[in-house]
Design a protein around this ligand. Structure first.
Ligand code: NAI
Length: 344
């Protein structure tokens, strides 16, 4: 049996991953704590570790994993901004799940957008209290509105298809435009200036960090609705709050938040919220927050479990895996497609 320590695990991880692993000779031990330099000792004696979006896999943790002879870090997610992939080179092999259900995330983005624009969350709370007043619930038609999509990869393209079904005008920005896809690409500046709705679907990198910031918010169309189901730090949260207070931003739908790691996925209902920016955002009538939930469908969880197990089995059989991240340059797709040798 291949023994893998799973960090930051929840019941919804255990249910699909346990049986899937058993069927392929992988024994998972599910730990609730996140992987950090304080918890890394739990991985002693295992062949590999499995982590999620908010585990800390920095140089220090990677060194400690190496000291414990851990050869594999299996991410059960697509994004890997929480892993120092360059430091991992020569130490620990890193694999991820590049795609598990772009529909799950794109549909959640649209669900948040519709909820916010049509005030469904307000109406739900009101009618349960036998309050059938409509005051303050006026929304707007999606049909004919311009939606700006930042990042036209797997999720962005599904979101574009959904928006087209609503009769919206879609414009998009991508650093690497897909010219085969019949997408109306514009510059990021133009997208910010023209969009009634902006939805983020690009990865978090040094380049995209705070791509929506104090300066760019000044260039937005008044009343714009911001949707972020990608990574929190694409948006400067304090600048977003100020943009909402200044009435520039009409609404924000946030599935991710830049300081989410110690807050999201946990029940903090009995605690005083230390994060003033998040508390203030949550107090706004036009801000909708979900707790990094966009991936959470039965189909996605099943696909994550299958791909993670397959990555682990393939790596331990062959010493490499198609879903391995390339450490040499820190990039993935281009490098991986060309690579025929093992990374190290
Ligand atoms: P993908 O790799 O298929 O697409 C990403 C797109 O972003 C590509 O077209 C790429 O060219 C583009 N891009 C890269 N750098 C850019 C830049 N500097 N400016 C503009 N565009 C840039 O990724 P996919 O599967 O569509 O996922 C997108 C993001 O969604 C992930 O990076 C992840 O952060 C997030 N995500 C969130 C989930 C959630 O539960 N909230 C679940 C899964 C992914």
């Amino acid at each position: 049996m291949i023994k893998i320590a799973v960090f930051d695990s929840k019941q919804y991880d255990v249910e699909p991953m346990g049986p899937c692993g058993e069927a392929r000779g992988v024994e998972f031990k599910f730990f609730e704590p996140k992987l950090t330099s304080d918890t890394v000792g739990l991985a002693a004696g295992y062949d590999g570790v499995c982590v999620f979006v908010n585990d800390t896999v920095d140089a220090r943790v990677l060194d400690m994993l190496t000291e414990q002879n851990i050869r594999l870090l299996a991410l059960r997610c697509a994004g890997y901004n929480n892993v120092d992939v360059k430091h991992a080179y020569g130490r620990v092999h890193v694999v991820h799940v590049p795609a598990y259900s772009p529909y799950a995330v794109a549909e959640h983005a649209m669900a948040m957008l519709l909820t916010s624009v049509r005030r469904i969350h307000k109406a739900y709370a009101r009618t349960r209290d036998f309050n059938f007043s409509l005051s303050g619930l006026t929304g707007f038609d999606m049909h004919g509105k311009t939606v700006g999509v930042v990042g036209t990869g797997r999720i962005g393209r599904v979101f574009i298809d959904i928006c087209r079904g609503f009769g919206m005008n879609v414009i998009a920005y991508d650093k690497f435009p897909a010219h085969d896809a019949n997408i109306d690409y514009v510059t990021l500046d133009e997208l910010y200036a023209r969009s009634d709705i902006i939805s983020f679907h690009c990865p978090l990198t040094d380049e995209t960090y705070h791509m929506l910031n104090r300066d760019s918010i000044k260039t937005l169309k008044r009343g714009v609705v911001i949707v972020n189901t990608s990574r929190g730090a694409l948006i400067d949260a304090e600048a977003l709050l100020d943009g909402i207070k200044a009435r520039v931003i009409g609404a924000a739908c946030l599935d991710v938040y830049e300081e989410e790691s110690d807050i999201f996925f946990e029940d903090n209902s009995g605690h005083i919220m230390d994060d003033d920016t998040l508390a203030r955002l949550l107090s706004m009538p036009n801000v909708l927050v979900t707790s990094h939930q966009a991936f959470l469908t039965r189909e996605a969880l099943h696909n994550i479990a299958e791909c993670t197990v397959d990555n682990i089995v393939t790596f331990f059989e062959r010493g490499t895996c198609d879903n391995e991240l390339c450490y040499r340059c820190g990039k993935t797709d281009t490098c991986r497609a060309q690579r025929i040798e093992k990374c190290f």
